[in-house]
Design a protein. Structure first.
Length: 211
């Protein structure tokens, strides 16, 4: 994970509630053993035409296929984002595509945990605030949003400003780029010392001979 604090970017507005993890990354793409490469299949059923002679081609009406939302680092979504199954692949797909933050009124609990552990800032705002940002991003191709993790604020150049809450421990991990492995490695010297002591006490001493 990379440390993250200030995020200033265009946003992609996905004005749909209850976006579940099977819509984020359909089940047929879960066979990969790597954590990378899932971005190509993010929202696959919506991003691609599903039937007819153009099946498999980008759907021109889907938000991520519109040129002015290309390279957006922020996704704006409706309530209960990430519901459904607990697959961590949903977070992998979003980050692999390039999203570093999602703004929504609410998130499914397991997705919220998975996304945070994979370096994403998840911002809960009121439905009215989310709708304001959604409409501005839809209407204005150059509209940008700034998320300040340290200050826990969301602002834009049109006067919008809101505060969001975040668990202090998750905030610390995001600011310092620490996932579960990184948190463990902070204590690497103590772990090495413990293992060395353990080996000396239990493996290097002569064992008693039994009759």
């Amino acid at each position: 994970m990379h440390p993250i604090n200030i995020l200033h970017s265009h946003a992609a507005p996905l004005d749909r509630p209850n976006v579940d993890t099977d819509q984020i990354i359909p089940k047929q793409f879960l066979k990969r053993i790597e954590r990378t490469g899932y971005g190509d299949f993010l929202f696959y059923d919506w991003r691609r035409i599903q039937e007819g002679p153009d099946a498999g081609q980008p759907h021109p009406d889907f938000v991520l296929n519109k040129h002015h939302h290309k390279d957006a680092k922020i996704l704006i979504a409706g309530k209960n984002f990430g519901c459904g199954s607990s697959r961590e692949h949903a977070a992998w797909a979003l980050t692999d595509f390039g999203f570093l933050a999602v703004i929504a009124p609410s998130f499914a609990d397991i997705f919220f945990s998975n996304a945070g552990k994979n370096g994403m800032i998840l911002v809960r705002l009121s439905e009215s605030d989310v709708q304001t940002l959604m409409e501005r991003s839809e209407k204005n191709p150059v509209h940008k949003i700034k998320i300040n993790l340290e200050a826990q604020t969301v602002t834009d150049d049109e006067g919008f400003s809101a505060h969001f809450d975040i668990d202090p421990f998750r905030k610390y991990c995001l600011l310092n780029g620490l996932d579960d492995i990184g948190l463990t490695l902070r204590h690497e010297s103590k772990l090495d010392a413990f293992e060395g002591k353990h080996d000396a006490e239990f493996w290097l001493q002569p064992r008693p001979v039994t009759a």
